[in-house]
Design a protein around this ligand. Sequence first.
Ligand code: ZN
Length: 242
Amino acid sequence: MLGRLVELEGDVLYQEPPAGTEAELGYTEGAVPVLISAPHGAKHARFYPEQGQRKPKDEDEFTAGLARLVAERSGAHVLWLRRKSDEDGNHDADSRYKDALKKLLQCHAIRYVLDLHGARASRDFGIALGTSNNTSCAPETQALILETLARYGFTEDGDQLQRVAVNHASFSASNPNTVTGYAARLGIQAAQFEANAHLRIPRRREDASATEPFESADPQGIERLVHALTRLVQTLSALEIL
Ligand SMILES: [Zn+2]
């Protein structure tokens, strides 16, 4: 499974803007009402209003590959950033990423958006679940997400990589311009998942922005996360529309 993850991540060039007619964003159509999103799949640029300027931000390594792998296994739609961008699709109020997302939400019967991001290896959680402080999805959906993660060993009282932090101060998706907040405003239930580096990077690529070598200390944890997210898509897809 990790080989396939590396293969799917191969579509992404972290440091290269789109050349010629290349697409900046990737999209694969799905067959179920869930869209998986990875807006930080490659290097991007965030605007800091207090400094009046944009600064480059490192890619969330392997989140595009992870999104694509879960989509491949579950039939979800998937949208990802595949080239270096001068925008931040998860921070800018207006961006090409959000335009693309909006179009997809209008054209397809999508009821849920799962937005994937990356957290540093030193974080004391495996997964941070952000639901804009319990407002971006129904309480039942949030409970279902936590139940599904728990089936694969990720719980709120777990240790380190097994721990799920819910609406962590830094990862709550409470900024309305996050993909999660944006989708929720469009009436689509959404949640943000920040995966610890150990749960998504089998081995750091040579073109990564971070230069120190890195290898996951828990490759089985990456597989468990793929299984958990795949199961979550399947469960959400099977729910009756209320
Ligand atoms: Zn991110």
